[in-house]
Design a binder for this molecule. Structure first.
Ligand SMILES: Cc1ncc(COP(=O)(O)O)c(C=O)c1O
Length: 356
């Protein structure tokens, strides 16, 4: 691995050359009274008058607010229809189908792999070590001239732990492609975000989302923080109006409520700690893995049978038993106090049956 990062060696040549679609809003974004440039319906809509207009393609107002909250310049922010859209766009912009490869560190969020398969991109795997930390030597071994993106999820889904910051910095320092640090769960963690390290790493992309700590999974608002060059290529390949107008309006409202979100984070962390405590006391539970997220990975014999039993009680968790180093594990999202009690009661009932 050498260290000279050159974005022109990472971006797909056709995307570097691409002349992107120029929307009516790209060509005129000032204040005007008579808007006859975008084939919108001038009469309004059956819903509300103002949804007849296309939204701001670059979501400037949101980015200004986010710039203040995240302390990252607005020009280094990209917004997607969930971070899932941004994951897809990173492949579109940077990974040449049939030629390039990516590195993932399983068990991890499956969408990196799914998007690689959609795009016919080779997937190289450096599984996490048994303590769910990065295997740096293995990653280093896998890198070749066509490796474009190393995907790192911290805190990691489904294991729940934060990855060692020094390890992530090692990858950033020694890899001359993109390193995506997916921080979907960062607000539940005591670890510092990598957003403040963008200045040190031109190859860093930080992903965050409003779907978890902000409680807005239904809104579909994901964020990427990266160099202006990387943001520029993402802007080139995105659909012109990828964040719809109601989503933009609600996001602006939500961003006013940082205090309420912080209170919810505190509450969820307390609920997680309490739930982990209850699991640890359960006779059949073999491990409750440390979590920096709003979920717990729990190891329990016959996890798949427990999963099915819970379904009969109308309780859905995630069976992660088929993933590397995750045999007999369930990933359980922290719910409300009531939901957690329902889960615990059902688990106790199942365990009583096992022990009888
Ligand atoms: C690690 C990770 N990244 C990204 C996402 C997707 O987030 P979004 O709702 O912003 O698309 C998830 C959702 O579960 C996730 O766990």
């Amino acid at each position: 691995m050498d260290m000279a990062f050159d974005i022109l060696k990472v971006v797909r040549p056709n995307i570097a050359k691409l002349k992107p679609y120029s929307s009516a809003k790209d060509e005129y974004s000032g204040e005007a009274n008579v808007l006859l440039d975008a084939n919108e319906n001038a009469l309004g809509s059956p819903l509300t008058k103002w949804y007849n207009r296309y939204p701001d393609p670059y979501q400037k107002e949101i980015k200004e607010k986010l710039a203040f909250i995240k302390q990252v310049p607005a020009s280094q922010i990209f917004l997607g229809n969930g971070s899932d859209e941004i994951i897809a766009l990173l492949f579109t912009a940077f990974c040449e189908p049939g030629k390039d490869n990516i590195i993932i560190c399983p068990p991890t969020y499956p969408m990196y792999e799914v998007n690689a398969n959609i795009n016919n991109i080779e997937i190289k795997s450096a599984p996490l070590l048994p303590d769910f930390q990065l295997n740096i030597a293995h990653i280093e071994q896998l890198v070749d001239a066509n490796t474009k993106i190393i995907w790192i999820c911290s805190p990691n889904n489904p294991t729940g732990n934060s990855l060692d910051r020094i390890d992530i910095e090692t990858v950033l320092n020694h890899f001359d492609g993109l390193v995506v640090v997916d921080e979907a769960y960062i607000n539940f963690s005591k670890q510092k975000s990598f957003c403040q390290s963008l200045i040190d790493y031109p190859n860093l992309v930080v992903l965050q989302t409003l779907s978890k700590a902000w409680g807005l999974a239904g809104l579909r608002l994901g964020m990427a923080f990266a160099s202006e060059a990387i943001v520029g290529y993402l802007n080139k390949v995105k659909a012109p109006y990828n964040i719809n107008l109601p989503a933009q309006e609600l996001t602006l409202k939500a961003l006013e409520e940082v205090g309420q979100v912080n209170d919810m984070i505190q509450e969820l962390v307390q609920l997680r700690i309490a739930l982990a405590g209850v699991f640890e006391e359960m006779p059949l539970v073999e491990a409750v893995y440390p979590s920096d997220t709003n979920f717990l990975l729990v190891k329990i014999p016959n996890a798949t049978k427990l999963y099915q039993f819970l379904l009969t009680k109308g309780i859905v968790v995630r069976d992660r038993s088929s993933l590397p180093n995750c045999a007999d594990t369930l990933r359980i999202t922290v719910g409300t106090e009531q939901e957690n009690t329902a889960l615990v009661d059902a688990m106790i009932e199942w365990m009583d049956q096992q022990l009888a």
